[in-house]
Design a protein around this ligand. Sequence first.
Ligand code: SAM
Length: 282
Amino acid sequence: MVTRLEPGLHLIATPIGAARDITLRALDILASADVLAAEDTRTLRHLMEIHGIALNNRPLVPYHDHNGDQAGPRLLAALAEGKSVAYASEAGTPLISDPGFQLARDASAQGLTVRAAPGPSAVLAALTVSGLPSDRFLFAGFPPSAGGGRQRFLEGIARSDATVILYESPKRIHRLLEELAQHIEDSRPVALCRELTKRFEETLRGTLREVREQLEERDVKGELVFLIGRASEEKAGAEDLDAALRRALRDHRMKDAAAMVAEALGLPKRDVYQRALKLSEE
Ligand code: SAM
């Protein structure tokens, strides 16, 4: 027997590959919500079919990046009437590089209940198999595709003192690794997780240089998560200033490079600029 679900917005995590990776509670919510909403209604219907959950004439509302302005108010109105709304993105956890943030924020701003039915997400699946430190991590999503935003993003990664987790498309992974090599040392430990929980699941682990070599001749396919370990503290101490300056000087004028590095390492700008002058004379 299905019990009445608490009114409010229920954000449901769905499988990132294996269809059985859905929690029993998520299935209960899907079976009992007054309104269902999904980034991709076909995917949700298919998942419900696999698990024997009938739609039973309940509304199934598409809510995605391109229709949030119309679908959002409709879902908020249902919530305001005291209905329960279950929302699922196409795969994994809603809001994590997926739609749902605006809806969840609007719902909580209006004093409506927002609940999570936690479950799969490629971020945590990748972190757990990567072999990289899991005590502190930064999920940075998809890298910006070009321009200054991309430069700043890569520089931020190089400075991070946490394991960094990125989503990237197979078409862009080679370019990402090539550009990362200009910002972080070749010996930095990294991992590439492909097709997690699926038939051709694979994780490559090694230094940035090793993983680049492994991928050199490969046409990479499937869904990817790329992880970058933090520089070891000992090493960071020894190489920090000169190496950071050398990297920054490849892409920036001396003054800008010195300012960036000074800020990143918390050192006086003047000292860093003097060191940059020395390095450029060597
Ligand atoms: N909301 C999802 C989550 O919680 O992981 C992420 C959605 S985002 C649009 C899709 C990206 O997640 C893919 O391009 C890939 O980088 C990553 N991803 C999703 N499923 C994956 C899988 N099975 N294996 C590896 N990466 C995956």
